[in-house]
Design a protein around this ligand. Structure first.
Ligand code: UD1
Length: 440
C-alpha cells in the first residue's frame, strides 16, 4: 500500500495534589531466571526486590503499564535499562506487569548476565509524598549533603505517560484533565528537580497542531513552538512562527499544549534540564509476540480497536466519520505508527538526551512514519490480513476531527537517528497474532 498524500490542499507544590489513596510504596519485582530475589523492604504483599543485583541506574516510567507505556517498558528492558514503573491502574491492568516480566525473561533467557530490574509501584503519580519516598529510595546516599551540592539519584531519566487521554471525557470534565495532566506534571517536575533528576521525556501528541495539521502537507515541528522560531520551509521560504495554540478543539489537546509550554519555560529557566516532547501521531498494533496489546478500560473510540471489534462481530458495522474529505478516497487520513516503533522512539530520545546529543534544553520531535493512510485503507489492510470482511457505514464527520494529519518525520531521522521500521500491514498482522494467542 502506497504512502498516501492528499489530492489537494485544504484548508514545592505549585498545584494542589489530590488526596489520592497511597497504596504500597514498596516495589514489587519478579524473580528472573538470571537473578535471585533479595528481601529489602518490610511486609507488603510482594516484598521482593532484585534491583541491587544490577547496574544501579534506573529509568522512571510513569504510566508504564498503559498501551504505549507498557510497550516502552518492554523496549527499555530489552535495551538493558533497569526500570521503575509507577502506575495507578486507572487505564491499565495489573496483569500487564506479568506480561512484561514474561517478555523480559524470554528475551534474556540464555543470555549472559542478569536481566535488568523491574520495580513496580501501584500508586498515583500525583501523590507527591509517596512519590518522594519512592524517589528517595533511589538517591545515592553518600553524595547527598544539604549544605553541599545537588542531590544525585540513581534515576537517570524519566518518561512521563501518566495522563488522561479521552477527548470526549476531557470536554465533559475539563478540570479533571487540567488537574491530572497539567498540575500533576508541575508538582512532579518540582520533585524531580529537587532530586537532581533533570532528563525528562514527555508524552505529547500531534493534537498540539490543532487545525494546522489540516494543511494537506506533512506537518513540521516548527508549526507549534513555545518560543518564536524562524525556519526555511520546503520551498526555501524563510518563515517565522509565533507561539500560541492553533485551533486545538478540546481540553485534552490543550493539556498537551500547556504541558509543552511549561516544559519549554522550565528548560529556558534552568538549562540543566534536557526535556524532549515526543508528538505521537496514531499509534496502532502491538508487540509482535502477541503478549502485550492495547487494552483500554471503557469504550474504545480510536479507529483500530473499533475495526477489530467489527471484525470480531462485536459491532455490526464500523462507522466511517466522513467520506467527503479532500483526500484520495474521501475518508480521513492519519499517520498510523506501530506502537513498538513508537516505543523505540522513546529509547532513542532518552539515549540521545543522556549522551548529550539533544542540543537544546527543550526539543520537540514528531514520532510518525511520514506516510498517510486513509480510514478506508486501514479497513482494507485489516480485511486483507485477516481474510475477513469488515462492514462499514459512512456517517457524518466527527466533531473536532481534521481530514488530514501526517508527520514530517525528518527532525527525528536527522537528530535522533530514529525511523519507523514497521508497516500498516505489520500492525494488522501483529494484532491478529495477539487475538489468535488469546483465543487459545
Ligand atoms: C484521536 C484524538 C487525539 C489523540 C489520538 C490518540 C480525537 C478527536 N482525537 O486522534 O486527540 O491524540 O486519538 O490516539 O478523538 N474514525 C472513524 N470511525 C471510528 C473511529 C475513528 O472513521 O469509529 C476516523 C476518525 O474520524 C479519524 C481516524 O479514524 O479520521 C482516526 O481516528 P482516531 O483513531 O480516533 O484518532 P484521531 O482522531 O486521529
Amino acid at each position: 500500500m502506497d504512502c498516501f498524500y492528499p489530492t489537494s490542499r485544504s484548508v514545592p507544590s505549585l498545584c494542589s495534589s489530590p488526596s489520592s489513596s497511597s497504596r504500597s510504596s514498596s516495589p514489587s519485582s519478579a524473580k528472573t531466571p538470571a537473578t535471585e530475589r533479595s528481601v529489602i523492604f518490610g511486609d507488603h504483599d510482594l516484598p521482593f526486590f532484585d534491583s541491587l543485583l544490577h547496574d544501579d541506574r534506573y529509568i522512571l516510567v510513569l504510566g508504564g503499564l498503559g498501551y504505549i507505556g507498557g510497550h516502552t517498558t518492554v523496549e527499555l528492558l530489552k535495551a538493558g535499562y533497569n526500570v521503575i514503573v509507577i502506575d495507578n491502574l486507572s487505564n491499565s491492568y495489573r496483569d500487564v506487569l506479568d506480561r512484561i516480566h514474561l517478555l523480559r525473561d524470554r528475551y534474556y533467557q540464555g543470555k549472559a548476565g542478569a536481566a535488568p530490574a523491574l520495580d513496580f509501584y501501584d500508586i498515583d503519580y500525583q501523590d507527591i509524598p509517596t512519590m518522594e519516598s519512592i524517589i528517595e529510595k533511589y538517591d545515592r546516599p553518600s553524595t547527598w549533603d544539604s549544605e553541599h551540592g545537588p542531590r544525585r539519584s540513581k534515576i537517570t531519566g524519566v518518561i512521563h505517560f501518566a495522563a488522561f487521554k479521552s477527548v470526549e471525557e476531557s470536554i465533559a470534565n475539563p478540570l479533571r484533565y487540567y488537574s491530572n495532566n497539567v498540575c500533576g506534571m508541575v508538582d512532579l517536575l518540582g520533585l524531580l528537580g529537587d532530586h537532581g533528576i533533570k532528563t525528562f521525556i514527555f508524552s505529547s501528541s500531534a493534537t498540539v497542531y490543532g487545525t494546522l495539521a489540516n494543511s494537506g502537507k506533512p506537518i513540521r515541528e516548527e508549526f507549534c513552538v513555545h518560543k518564536p522560531e524562524t525556519f526555511e520551509d520546503e520551498d526555501g521560504v524563510v518563515q517565522t512562527q509565533e507561539t500560541g495554540s492553533t485551533g486545538i478543539t478540546n481540553p485534552y489537546g490543550r493539556t498537551k499544549w500547556m504541558c509543552e509550554a511549561i516544559l519549554s519555560d522550565l528548560a529556558a529557566a534552568d538549562p540543566d534540564w534536557t526535556i524532549v516532547a515526543l508528538r505521537y501521531f496514531n499509534p496502532v498494533g502491538c508487540d509482535e509476540s502477541g503478549i502485550l496489546t492495547e487494552e483500554p478500560k471503557g469504550k474504545p473510540s480510536n479507529l483500530m480497536p473499533l475495526v477489530v471489534k467489527t471484525m470480531q462481530g462485536e459491532m455490526e458495522a464500523l462507522q466511517v466519520f466522513g467520506a467527503n474529505w479532500e483526500t484520495k478516497d474521501g475518508t480521513a487520513v492519519r499517520d498510523f505508527i506501530h506502537v513498538s516503533d513508537l516505543a523505540r522512539g522513546h529509547i532513542t530520545a532518552l539515549t540521545s538526551a543522556n549522551e548529550g546529543r539533544i542540543h537544546q534544553p527543550f526539543r520537540t520531535f514528531n514520532l510518525g512514519t511520514g506516510c498517510g493512510h486513509s480510514v478506508r485503507e486501514v479497513v482494507d489492510a485489516m480485511e486483507t490480513a485477516s481474510s475477513k470482511k469488515i462492514a462499514t457505514r459512512v456517517v457524518g464527520r466527527r466533531e473536532g476531527d481534521v481530514g488530514y494529519c501526517v508527520a514530517r518525520a525528518t527532525r527525528a531521522h536527522e537528530e535522533l537517528r530514529w525511523k519507523t521500521e514497521k508497516s500498516l500491514k505489520d500492525c494488522c498482522v501483529d494484532i491478529l497474532n495477539c487475538l489468535k494467542l488469546r483465543s487459545h
